[in-house]
Design a protein around this ligand. Structure first.
Ligand SMILES: *Cc1c(COP(=O)(O)O)cnc(C)c1O
Length: 221
């Protein structure tokens, strides 16, 4: 199946209020252009330098989302252009994004990443840390970032009830946070294997890679 066909069939399954991020990490520019030609404008990458290179090379009306773990010392390479940072998991990182955004006279939209999976290896804050962060005076001083929602990744498991439980948990944290930050509007959850479930549980943004572009071949990198 072509990228265009894959994109079209996925888009047919998405309700209007759900935004599709096409996850193009490890994929060549030609594949991204194929999706672009089919109308896709939002792409997600998980390595800052790879994203910056693609931003340089590809059409300038693409919105680039950073969906991976962010190293603070690399924020400077994306501050000029990144549209949304999904994986913010510390105040220090938020501070660095704020600092670099200021240099470019921008406000960078950010999602706080919440740890919802059972695996230890997935990054993210817990609910108390999310609340402590947004309640802090230091956070209120940051004028060049804006927290626009939350992001989470469910456990990699065939157990649908486990995944559903994790998505429900993230949605509950999101709803609570709306009490403090009424402007938040993005709940980024769901990937190729679980996005339908995520939408049922309240996702407003899905990050889909392999179902659009095919399996990733890391041996080529
Ligand atoms: C790679 C990745 C995705 C996309 O995964 P697929 O299973 O290929 O759809 C989504 N979110 C994050 C954070 C990722 O790193």
């Amino acid at each position: 199946m072509s990228i265009k066909t894959n994109l079209e069939s996925i888009k047919q399954t998405l309700p209007e209020h759900v935004t599709l991020v096409a996850v193009s990490k490890t994929k060549p520019d030609e594949s991204i252009l194929e999706a672009y030609t089919a109308g896709q404008r939002i792409f997600g990458e998980n390595k800052i330098q790879e994203m910056a290179r693609k931003w340089e090379a590809l059409p300038k009306d693409i919105e680039w989302h950073m969906i991976g773990h962010v190293q603070r010392n690399k924020v400077k390479y994306m501050a000029e252009f990144v549209s949304l940072v999904h994986g913010v998991d510390s105040f220090k990182l938020l501070q660095e994004i704020n600092k670099q955004a200021k240099k470019h006279d921008r406000t960078i939209p950010c999602l706080l990443q919440v740890h919802i999976a059972q695996e230890e290896t997935k990054f993210g804050l817990d609910e108390n840390e999310v609340n402590a962060l947004v309640d802090s005076e230091e956070y209120k001083q940051l004028s060049h970032i804006k927290i626009v929602g939350l992001m989470g990744m469910a456990t990699y498991t065939p157990d649908k009830s486990q995944i559903k439980k994790e998505f429900k948990y993230l949605k509950a944290i999101y709803d609570n946070l709306k009490g403090k930050l009424p402007d938040i509007s993005i709940l980024s959850m769901g990937m190729s294997g679980d996005y339908m479930l995520a939408i049922e549980e309240g996702s407003t943004m899905v990050r889909i890679g392999s179902s659009i572009f095919g399996a990733r071949d890391y041996s080529l990198l």
